[in-house]
Design a binder for this molecule. Structure first.
Ligand code: AMP
Length: 299
């Protein structure tokens, strides 16, 4: 099964209690793809500016990621900066410079249009819908969103939600989108808007899956140290969608395993800055952590 991700390719500056990095490879699409590559062939559709270091593209390609859908446009690459507080649960966005991402207009080629699994990373909901309409007959589509679109473009977001099979978002976003504090009620409201599979991420408290069979809860992996939470959500989505695409099914059992794979990939992502931990992550390490998740929740 083929897997397509559309979203930001970025250069990030991150400060956390563990240190700081500047101009590192980031972006939702990169975090997603670097996690999903362990399961199936994954293609990125995105845009970079003239300032984008070619070694980043070489790195993605060297990990088997199809980068033919990343085009270069005149201008600067999307840049994002964030600072984490001591708890690591909250962060301040220091800057968001859209650059070439502001006029990102993806045109999928024939191969990308034939994708089986599609993830629409966080962008303008109308852009997500436009991309979705170019995919011929996907088996399963899922999307992410954020407070900016929930507040700023609610009508467009609802239109896009009607067309996707799954929504992956965090607890605060679920509450904001539905006006329901209770996450069980919030998930029911979201399912009434369209997506039949809803995953609500709760940071260090794990993730909840809601589908037609009911609810499944997975913990977050208890780590000694979290260095940089940036991209955890996208790594989760990459592991989740990658595992589904690998199995080629989206029944409840598969969805539950996919949530655990998503949680495992997110737990690796946060162990070091940027993509440092994910760069050379081995499939065997993922399988070991998956087994640890099983032990952690067995009683
Ligand atoms: P997350 O930690 O899951 O929120 O993802 C962080 C990644 O998303 C970083 O690598 C950023 O480059 C990227 N990012 C931050 N803000 C945006 C935005 N408004 N649109 C698209 N990507 C973003």
């Amino acid at each position: 099964m083929s897997l397509l991700v559309v979203g930001s390719v970025a250069l990030d500056d991150v400060e956390s209690p563990a240190g700081r990095v500047t101009g590192v490879l980031g972006g939702a699409a990169c975090h997603f793809a670097v996690a999903a590559r362990h399961f199936v062939p994954v293609s990125i559709v995105g845009v970079v500016g003239e300032d984008f270091p070619p070694e980043h593209l070489e790195f993605l390609a060297s990990r088997g990621i199809d980068i033919t859908g990343i085009y270069s446009a005149p201008g600067r690459t999307f840049r994002w900066g964030g600072r984490y507080h001591a708890s690591l649960n909250t962060r301040d966005t220091l800057f968001t410079e859209l650059g070439v991402f502001e006029t990102f207009k993806p045109e999928l080629d024939a191969h990308q249009r034939a994708s089986d699994f599609v993830f629409l990373a966080n962008t303008h909901p109308s852009l997500q819908l436009e991309v979705l309409s170019q995919v011929a007959s996907p088996r399963f589509t899922a999307m992410d969103t954020m407070n900016f679109w929930i507040e700023g473009t609610p009508a467009e977001l609802r239109q896009t939600l009607q067309r996707v099979n799954g929504l992956i978002l965090n607890d605060e976003e679920a509450r904001q989108l539905t006006g329901e504090y209770n996450l069980v009620k919030a998930a029911a409201s979201i399912r009434a808007l369209g997506p039949q599979v809803v995953v609500i991420k709760r940071g260090e408290h794990g993730a909840l899956l809601f589908d037609r069979e009911g609810i499944f809860a997975a913990p977050a992996f208890p780590l000694h140290e979290v260095v940089d939470p940036t991209g955890a959500g996208d790594s989760f989505a990459g592991g989740f969608m990658g595992a589904l695409a690998h199995e080629g099914r989206v029944d409840s059992e598969t969805l539950r395993r996919a949530v655990v794979y998503g949680s495992a990939l997110a737990s690796f992502c946060v162990e070091r800055f940027g993509l440092d931990r994910m760069r050379d992550l081995a499939r065997a390490e993922i399988d070991t952590r998956y087994a640890h998740f099983r032990a952690l929740t067995h009683f």
